[in-house]
Design a protein around this ligand. Structure first.
Ligand SMILES: Cc1ncc(COP(=O)(O)O)c(C=O)c1O
Length: 246
């Protein structure tokens, strides 16, 4: 069954309208949206500030790090200053504000720029992987698969996320263990904020429950979809899953 929207952006207009109504600034988290569009416009172009991640599981990686983009020159200057310890142009070691050393090295930037030239190719490759996974898994009733397309965007499959139906006695942790035994790597979905021990220890979220997030955290996981994955490897993942969920 094809039901969830991992790899697709959320609807942008309602957020922008709300921000405009209340005079708020929008920070768009486009961490994983390299090459994605929303109604034909690039994701990462909607916020007052928009952010991208270059962590290794993204379409473009510099090992670690990321990028902030903005149409606002003053905000751009402020971001540049904050990432560079707020050094003043005139008096380098006199600081009016606290900043960070979050500079990207030239070596990392060169790596990222070279990949940027190939972004279309990477998105195309990921889409083909996503389509093949869907084609080979859609007959398995216990699996919910990512939606391929909506009326505002087509999935770029930065990851391929599966959600186990509640009827299946196994949870994601158990399935991931069995995949690992067959030498297939997988990753869990994010864990809910309200269930994070660090926040519970601080007395936050006590007695709160968010069933949708709780279910996704327990029943969702990603199968391999790195750029180096071959078709044979992908097909093997689907065969092993089919066997496990029989
Ligand atoms: C939506 C979203 N925001 C933020 C991040 C964090 O990015 P980073 O690991 O570069 O800090 C991720 C990582 O996958 C993400 O998916």
């Amino acid at each position: 069954m094809i039901v969830h929207i991992y790899g697709l952006p959320v609807e942008v207009e309602p957020i922008l309208a709300l921000a405009q109504q209340h005079g708020l600034r929008v920070i768009e988290d486009a961490a994983e949206m390299h090459g994605q569009t929303y109604k034909g416009l690039p994701c990462g172009s909607f916020g007052d500030l928009s952010t991208f991640s270059f962590y290794p599981n993204k379409h473009i990686t510099t090992g670690e790090g990321g990028m902030i983009v903005t149409h606002d020159r003053a905000l751009a200057d402020r971001c540049r200053s904050l990432r560079n310890l707020c050094f003043q142009p005139q008096k380098r070691f006199v600081h009016e504000e606290l900043g960070w050393n979050l500079r990207m090295t030239n070596l990392q930037a060169a790596l990222g720029l070279a990949q940027l030239e190939r972004l279309d190719e990477f998105v195309d490759r990921k889409r083909r992987m996503g389509q093949r996974y869907t084609q080979r898994l859609q007959h398995i009733a216990e699996l919910q698969l990512p939606i391929a397309t909506t009326d505002y965007a087509d999935n770029i499959y930065w990851v391929y996320g599966l959600v186990l139906e509640d009827t299946l006695p196994l949870d994601a942790e158990a399935v991931m263990k069995q995949l690992a035994a067959q030498k297939i790597g997988s990753r869990p979905f994010f864990w809910c904020m309200h269930e994070q021990p660090v926040f519970r220890k601080m007395g936050l979220f006590e007695g709160e429950s968010y069933p949708v997030a709780e279910r996704l955290a327990r029943r969702g996981f990603y199968v391999p979809s790195g750029m180096a994955l071959t078709i044979d490897q992908l097909d093997r993942v689907t065969c092993v899953l089919e066997e496990l969920l029989k």
